[in-house]
Design a protein around this ligand. Structure first.
Ligand SMILES: Cc1cc2nc3c(=O)[nH]c(=O)nc-3n(C[C@H](O)[C@H](O)[C@H](O)COP(=O)(O)OP(=O)(O)OC[C@H]3O[C@@H](n4cnc5c(N)ncnc54)[C@H](O)[C@@H]3O)c2cc1C
Length: 236
């Protein structure tokens, strides 16, 4: 693993309480869509040096490294939230294998809970540039639309990337809002998402409880264990 100097270029809100941080991409840094990096923040005001893993939300072809997170009141998030453009942090990585299969024609089902969408955004941003025969479906679960990071961009990608379908699931949205299914990602939602995909590789990312229930649901519905990979975002 390599340690990189990352300089903050900009930050922006991508949903209620969720901020994306964009760093300049150092010369020579390469990663695959779906990989993650450890951000290491300098020690500050009585807090020890802090390190957290983040999936890289930007695509490999882009000239920056973007991460996004829910800004909660933890020591790490306080230090992250205090960064201003020009500040430098360290990045250890990239690492992880939550990526697309080597076969460019193999279909893929992506299932994200909340901020678990970040590795899949990188995959979809890259797919929008590369094209190809693969069919992709993203099931994206959030409580409400305003808390769904990058939802506008994903809706755009669903209109412009051939073969990509978005199923946006809101667990606490009033029935009058939004066209997607209500409630949790259950067997019905997963079955509908898999329809039209041929023996897809299934990638899941999000909070521990959501990841294990989606994995169990897929396996119970006949998906082979080897066709399911996941990334657990601890702390949610
Ligand atoms: C590969 C990977 C990619 C990730 N990508 C993202 C991302 O893109 N965006 C994002 O917001 N988060 C991501 N995470 C999660 C992130 O690293 C933090 O854990 C999360 O943001 C919560 O941080 P916090 O400071 O709010 O809470 P913290 O104060 O760090 O954690 C709250 C609680 O979570 C539990 N916890 C934390 N870490 C672990 C652990 N490693 N094992 C078991 N329990 C733990 C502990 O009970 C802790 O008290 C990723 C994690 C991994 C492993």
């Amino acid at each position: 693993m390599t340690t990189w100097d990352l300089r903050l270029a900009s930050r922006r809100d991508v949903a209620q309480g969720t901020v994306a941080f964009r760093f300049g991409k150092p010369d020579g840094m390469r990663f695959r869509a779906g990989q993650a990096i450890d951000l290491v923040l300098p020690a500050a005001r009585g807090e020890p040096q802090a390190r957290h893993a983040f999936s890289i939300a930007s695509a490999p072809y882009e000239d920056h490294v973007e991460v996004a997170t829910r800004m909660r009141d933890s020591a790490f998030k306080r230090a992250l939230g205090a960064l201003v453009p020009g500040d430098k942090v360290s990045g250890d990585g990239p690492f992880g294998s939550l990526g697309l299969p080597a076969d460019p024609a193999r279909d893929v089902l992506l299932v994200a809970g909340g901020i678990g969408v970040t590795p899949f955004l990188s995959i979809l941003r890259q797919a929008s540039r590369d094209g190809g025969p693969r069919r992709l479906c993203l099931v994206y679960s959030n409580r409400r639309r305003e808390e769904a990071a990058y939802l506008d961009e994903l809706e755009q990608l669903a209109e412009t990337v051939p073969g990509f379908r978005l199923v946006s699931v809101m667990t606490r949205e009033p029935l009058t809002r939004g066209a997607g299914p209500q409630g949790h990602v259950n067997a019905t939602v997963l079955g509908a998402a898999r329809a039209g995909l041929h023996r897809p590789l299934c990638l899941i990312a999000g909070p521990p409880a959501m990841v294990s229930s989606v994995r169990d649901g897929l396996v119970a519905s006949g998906v082979a264990e080897d066709d399911v990979r996941d990334e657990v975002f601890f702390g949610y």
